[in-house]
Design a protein around this ligand. Structure first.
Ligand SMILES: [Zn+2]
Length: 273
């Protein structure tokens, strides 16, 4: 599933291709990927100019002239790619935006957990989204983690606590910080919270430098896969030696999601008296 670095890559690669360009024609091939249900997207987008493309959490937010906006969520398997006009449509292409320069934006999503949300001039529904990891201080992260006894791994996946992290980068950040994924979030010591805050930013920055992780489906807007999956240190490496100490990386299921960690570098939480 695309996480923050992958969504950021899509935004970064779309921006130079779309900014300032008008959308000439809109082809909706599957109306049920558009929300709210029943919105007729074509007349809303046609002949409108793209003025901004930004990321908020895992959403790709596109602003049109007149400050009207829509956003794309890639879900599990979504891709937003630039294609030459008239390119054959891959199966599961649900939306095509024809631009004025003989290019097209294709939204393609086999599993359809993603979609396109029309906002108009409404604000982005922020209520359920936590702060961006890059904006978070150790104090703020600590205050948010202190409110829950859930395992820290589960807490990091909670988008209302911190936005944009998923399984890969939560596992990698916990490894970098030397924190066992089962540690109750509210039992982390100050030093651990500081280490975790640094590790989250460092992990995401490193992933962005390597253009994200491609496990199966992810591609940027130019159709290129990421490279960071080759540099994962614990994620999906169960049974392989830890890059630090040589112990075998373990996998556990925590809160219904797999967690990967080194049993030596990430000491299990001590039982509280
Ligand atoms: Zn280790």
């Amino acid at each position: 599933m695309p996480e923050l670095p992958e969504v950021q890559m899509v935004v970064t690669t779309l921006r130079p291709r779309l900014l300032g360009r008008p959308i000439r024609r809109v082809r909706v091939l599957r109306a049920d990927i558009i929300r709210p249900k029943g919105v007729d997207l074509a007349p809303l987008l046609q002949d409108r100019q793209v003025t901004e493309i930004a990321r908020r959490a895992k959403r790709i937010v596109i602003t049109l002239d007149g400050q009207q906006r829509f956003y794309v969520h890639l879900g599990m398997t979504g891709r937003l790619t630039m294609e030459a006009a008239g390119s054959p449509l891959a199966p599961h292409t649900h939306l095509v935006l024809e631009m004025d320069d003989a290019s097209e934006v294709h939204f393609h999503d086999p599993r359809r957990f993603g979609g396109v949300w029309w906002l108009g001039t409404d604000a982005l529904p922020e209520a359920k989204l936590g702060p961006e990891p890059f904006d978070l201080s150790a104090d703020q992260l600590g205050a948010r983690l202190a409110k829950t006894r859930r395992p820290v791994k589960t807490a990091l996946l909670d988008q209302s606590l911190i936005a944009g992290l998923g399984n890969i980068y939560a596992d990698e950040a916990l490894f970098t910080a030397g924190i066992h994924p089962l540690t109750p979030a509210n039992a982390l010591r100050r030093k651990q919270v500081e280490a975790l805050n640094r590790a989250i930013k460092a992990t995401l920055n490193r992933a962005i430098r390597h253009k994200g992780s491609t496990l199966r489906d992810y591609r940027d807007a130019d159709g290129k896969p990421g490279d960071f999956q080759k540099l994962h240190r614990v994620y999906d490496r169960a049974g392989n030696p830890c890059v630090n100490c040589g112990k075998l990386v373990k996998r556990l299921v925590i809160g219904g999601r797999s967690a990967h960690f080194c049993p030596k570098c990430q000491k299990p939480p001590r039982k509280r008296p």
